[in-house]
Design a protein around this ligand. Structure first.
Ligand SMILES: Nc1ncnc2c1ncn2[C@@H]1O[C@H](COP(=O)(O)OP(=O)(O)O)[C@@H](O)[C@H]1O
Ligand SMILES: O=P(O)(O)OC[C@H](O)CO
Length: 504
C-alpha cells in the first residue's frame, strides 16, 4: 500500500526530499546544500550536475530515514527555485554552462538592448512580466550568445532549456534515454515567453530573443502524470505527477486556492503571492502577473506576485561576508542585544531592487550610520529590512486588488524568527499567521502530485489539513509605524541611481 508522497524541493541554497503522509505531516527529510558560484560581482551560478546528484542522494536519505521503499510511495512532486536557467545537450545530458541563477544580473545589457525597442514593459501585456534580468529569457539568450558552440548546437536542435524542475524531471525519467522534457504552467510563466492567456510559447517573442522553440519544454498543467522514474532510480516506476514553481507551491501548500487568498514566503528572497482566481490582473503598482496553478484539465488560476530578491540571503551575507554571526539563527540573539535599530537602515539592493520598485540601477546601502552604531544595530536593521520590503509589497497588493488584506499567512525558513514575525505584524498593522507545517513549498508539490493519482480526493481534503501554529498581533503605535516607514522609504531612495558606466 502506498501511504506516502515524496516532494523534491530544488531550492536556491539546497535540495530537499520530504516524505508526507495523508494528513500532510512530514515523515522524513533529506537535505543537501549546493555550492553558490559567484565568479564576478552580480553573477550567481549553480552546478546543475551537482544539483542532480544531490537530488538522487536526498531521495535516498529521506527514504532511508523513514525506512520506506518505492512501494510505499504513491507519487513524486517537484518544486523548484524558479527562473534559474539550465541549458544542456540532449544527447549527452551535459549542461553547456553552469545554471544561471535567478538573482544573477549579468544580462542587464541584453535587457537594455531589448528594451530599446518598446521599453521594459513591451511584453508585459502578454506574459505578465517586465523585461528584467530576473527571468529565464535573457539568461538563455546570454548562454546562446556567449558560450562557444551553443548557438550552432541550439540551431541544430541539440540543446534543451529548462528551469530546475525540467532538469530534474528529464534526468529522473531517463535523461538522454527517453527523458521527458516538460515544465508546468507556473514555471513557464517565469520565462518571458509564455502567453498567459493561451498557456503556449509565443514564437514571436522567442524569435526576438533568438531562442529556437526546439529548446523549450512542453508546457503541462501543475498536476498530471508527466512520466515515471527510470529503472536505475530508487523510486523506479513511481509516477511524477506534480510540478509547481516554489512560490506557487507554497501558496498551494498554504491552501490559498481561492481568489483573494495569499501567502508570503521568507527564504533566500521573499515572495508574496495573491490569488486572483481565473482572472488575469495586470498590476499598476509594480507586481508581476503569474500563473498560480492549474490542475490537469481544470481552469487556470492566476496570481499577482511581489518578488523581493534579498531577505534570507541578507542574513547569510551577515554570516558569510561580514562574519558577525556564525549561523543564521544567531541573528536573533545579536539583534536582541540592542533595544532598537539605532537609526540604521539597510536596503539590500544586491541585485537591484525588485518589487515594487524594479530599479536595476539600485545597489545595497547602509544609511543612518553614526559612531554609536554597532553590529547589533546592523543585525537588527537587516531583519527590519525584510519586514519593510514586505510592507512595500503588501501596499502594492492592496492597491492593485482594491482590498485591504486582513492578515498575512507566512512560511519559509525565516519564520522561525519570532522577533522578526512580531516586527512584521507591527509594520504591516495586520496579524501574521504561521501554519503548523512551515514546509509549505514541499507540501504544495506533494499535494499536486497526490491529487493527480487520487492519493487525495480534492481541495477540500487539503484545506482541512491546514492548521494554525502561531499568530502575531500588531502592537506598534501608529505614529511609530509611520515614522519607521518614512525613514525606510527615505533609505530606499538612497540606494537608487547608483549603477552607471563605472558601476554595474
Ligand atoms: N532564525 C533565523 N532568523 C533569520 N533568518 C533565518 C533564520 N534561520 C534561517 N534564516 C534564513 O532563512 C533562509 C533559509 O530559508 P529557506 O526557506 O530554507 O530558504 P530557501 O528555500 O530559499 O533555500 C536562509 O537564507 C537563512 O539565512
Ligand atoms: O529557492 P527560493 O526559495 O529562494 O525561491 C526562489 C524563487 O523561486 C525565485 O523566483
Amino acid at each position: 500500500m502506498s501511504n506516502y508522497v515524496v516532494a523534491i524541493d530544488q531550492g536556491t541554497t539546497s535540495t530537499r526530499a520530504i516524505i508526507f503522509d495523508k494528513a500532510g505531516s512530514i515523515i522524513s527529510v533529506g537535505q543537501k546544500e549546493h555550492e553558490q558560484i559567484m565568479p564576478q560581482a552580480g553573477w550567481v551560478e549553480h552546478d546543475a550536475a551537482e544539483i542532480w546528484q544531490n537530488t538522487q542522494e536526498v531521495i535516498g536519505i529521506a527514504l532511508g530515514r523513514a525506512d520506506l521503499t518505492r512501494h510505499d510511495i504513491a507519487s513524486i512532486g517537484i518544486t523548484n527555485q524558479r527562473e534559474t536557467t539550465v541549458v544542456w545537450n540532449k544527447h549527452t545530458g551535459d549542461p553547456v554552462y553552469n545554471a544561471i541563477v535567478w538573482q544573477d544580473t549579468r544580462t542587464q545589457a541584453i535587457v537594455d538592448r531589448l528594451a530599446a525597442d518598446g521599453g521594459t514593459d513591451r511584453f508585459k501585456e502578454v506574459v505578465g512580466l517586465p523585461l528584467a534580468t530576473y527571468f529565464s529569457g535573457t539568461k538563455i539568450a546570454w548562454i546562446l550568445e556567449n558560450v562557444e558552440g551553443a548557438r550552432a548546437a541550439a540551431d541544430a536542435g541539440d540543446l534543451l532549456f529548462g528551469t530546475t524542475d525540467s532538469w530534474v524531471l528529464w534526468n529522473l525519467t531517463g535523461g538522454p534515454e527517453g527523458g521527458v522534457h516538460a515544465t508546468d504552467v507556473t514555471n513557464a510563466s517565469r520565462t518571458l515567453f509564455m502567453d498567459l492567456a493561451t498557456l503556449e510559447w509565443r514564437e514571436d517573442i522567442l524569435e526576438t530573443f533568438g531562442v529556437p522553440k526546439s529548446m523549450m519544454p512542453a508546457i503541462k498543467s501543475s498536476s498530471e502524470v508527466y512520466g515515471v522514474a527510470e529503472d536505475s532510480s530508487l523510486l523506479r516506476e513511481t509516477p511524477i505527477s506534480g510540478i509547481l514553481g516554489d512560490q506557487q507551491a507554497a501558496t498551494f501548500g498554504q491552501a490559498a486556492f481561492e481568489a483573494g487568498e495569499s501567502k508570503n514566503t521568507y527564504g533566500t528572497g521573499c515572495f508574496l503571492i495573491f490569488n486572483t482566481g481565473e482572472e488575469i490582473v495586470h498590476s499598476k503598482n509594480g507586481l508581476l502577473t503569474t500563473v498560480g496553478y492549474k490542475l490537469g484539465d481544470g481552469p487556470t488560476h492566476y496570481a499577482l506576485e511581489g518578488s523581493i530578491a534579498v531577505t534570507g540571503s541578507l542574513i547569510q551575507w551577515l554570516r558569510d561576508q561580514l562574519g558577525i554571526i556564525e549561523s543564521a539563527p544567531d541573528v536573533e540573539e545579536l539583534s536582541a542585544s540592542v533595544p532598537d535599530n539605532g537609526g540604521v537602515y539597510i536596503v539590500p539592493a544586491f541585485s537591484g531592487l525588485y518589487a515594487p520598485y524594479w530599479r536595476p540601477d539600485a545597489r545595497g546601502a547602509i544609511v543612518g550610520l553614526t559612531r554609536y552604531a554597532n553590529k547589533g544595530h546592523i543585525a537588527r536593521a537587516a531583519l527590519e529590512a525584510v519586514a519593510f520590503q514586505t510592507r512595500d509589497v503588501l501596499d502594492a497588493v492592496n492597491a492593485d486588488a482594491g482590498v485591504d488584506l486582513t492578515e498575512l499567512k507566512v512560511d519559509g525558513g525565516m519564520v522561525a524568527n519570532n522577533a522578526l514575525m512580531q516586527f512584521q505584524a507591527d509594520v504591516l498593522g495586520v496579524p501574521v499567521v504561521r501554519p503548523v507545517v512551515a514546509e509549505t513549498t514541499a507540501l504544495g508539490a506533494a499535494y499536486a502530485a497526490g491529487l493527480a493519482v487520487g492519493f487525495w480526493s480534492g481541495l477540500g481534503e487539503l484545506s482541512a489539513n491546514w492548521q494554525e501554529d502561531r499568530r502575531w498581533e500588531p502592537a506598534m503605535e501608529q505614529a511609530e509605524q509611520d515614522r519607521q516607514l518614512r525613514l525606510w522609504r527615505k533609505a530606499v531612495t538612497k540606494s537608487m541611481d547608483w549603477v552607471d558606466e563605472d558601476v554595474r
